[in-house]
Write a protein that binds this ligand. Structure first.
Ligand code: B12
Ligand code: SF4
Ligand code: SF4
Length: 260
């Protein structure tokens, strides 16, 4: 019976919603050492239903604006899939279903390293649901889509048999991601240096914003007028309504897995 329910959910996600792959994981197999335990925000949670979304070819482009445009398309597609799959589980199977954020909101507290540790780790969930294995780039590599994949999870209170973990390590240890990282953020194995990544991938993120306003506070009125009319201010303004605006996709685009 459980396998029948899983088949129906998979059919809905893949053929009705247009999700690229779906995995089922047990909450007990979710091992994210830094994120809160799932029962702190969803008591009696049993199953992780993880959706995989293939990145568009935009991530290959050297044009950062087109590359980010493709990422936004994927991120904006994920939100309605989250809501629709959760409502389907409620309506069809009377499950309690809770969505998780694909990216933000993030708690900006010192214990969350100011937004660097999410309330729920999508990579650890994808691993638990058998959707891939950890790459040298610290991303989850999917057997078919390689690093070019995003994940998002619905948590349910109904136990369903988990999918088998991926048997083999998908990463071939070619080291290309490490060599192509402009910030040397992947030099240390098993841990991304987030600050080095952020410096290169989000020049108009929080750090850039803080730098701008500190300089603004220390400038005279004429300099301030110039600053608010500058391309830098306009870029910060744009990034603030886009959310996270990435200018680097190298650890995704240069990974050879799944690109043939
Ligand atoms: C905050 C965040 C960031 C931060 C911090 C990243 C980080 N170190 O965790 C910054 C801004 C730097 C970032 C960058 C990127 N991110 Co980001 N990010 C997130 C977010 C919102 C939370 C991540 C989190 O909670 N991290 C804290 C905890 C989970 O990490 P951790 O326990 O310290 O684990 C780290 C290491 O210990 C190691 N690790 C942990 N366990 C294991 C086990 C093994 C065996 C190994 C080898 C390693 C390993 O991997 C982690 C990375 O350092 C997630 C979405 C989400 N809610 O999960 C997306 C997410 C992780 N990001 C994603 C992506 C695509 C990116 C970028 C490629 C951005 C871009 N240009 O597209 C880069 C990649 C950087 C990289 N190679 O690591 C995807 C990854 C998809 C995938 N295929 O794995 C996610 C899952 C978004 C999504 N919904 O799909 N990100
Ligand atoms: S997104 Fe760019 S800067 Fe960040 S880890 Fe990947 S390659 Fe390095
Ligand atoms: S580029 Fe090579 S080393 Fe890096 S994650 Fe992909 S296969 Fe692994």
């Amino acid at each position: 019976m459980s396998e029948e329910i899983k088949a129906q959910i998979r059919h809905y996600a893949l053929t009705v919603l247009g999700v690229d792959d779906l995995g089922f994981g047990a909450v007990d197999d979710y091992q994210s050492p830094l994120s809160p335990k799932i029962d702190t925000f969803f008591p009696k949670a049993k199953t992780l239903i993880v959706m995989a979304f293939k990145e568009l070819a935009n991530c290959e482009s050297d044009n950062a604006y087109l590359a980010m445009g493709g990422r936004l398309d994927a991120m904006e597609f994920i939100r309605p899939c989250n809501y629709k799959l959760a409502r389907y589980l409620e309506k069809e199977f009377a499950m309690k279903a809770m969505s998780t954020p694909p990216s933000y909101p993030l708690k900006m507290s010192p214990e969350n390293r100011y937004g660097l540790i999410a309330e729920f780790s999508q990579r650890h969930a994808a691993f638990a649901a058998g959707l891939g294995t950890w790459g040298r780039n610290n991303l989850i590599l999917h057997p078919k889509f390689g690093a070019r994949v995003l994940f998002c999870t619905i948590i349910s209170d109904v136990p369903l048999p988990p999918d088998k973990p991926c048997q083999e390590n998908i990463c071939n240890n070619c080291n290309i991601c490490v060599e192509q990282c402009p910030g040397h953020a992947l030099d240390g194995e098993g841990k991304t240096n987030e600050i080095l990544c952020l410096k290169h991938s989000q020049p108009f993120g929080i750090a850039g914003n803080m730098r701008f306003w500190k300089k603004f506070a220390q400038s005279d009125i004429e300099e301030q007028k110039k600053m608010v009319a500058s391309p830098e201010f306009m870029s910060l303004y744009q990034a603030s309504f886009i959310g996270f605006q990435y200018f680097c996709f190298n650890c995704t685009k240069f990974c050879p897995i799944g690109t043939k």
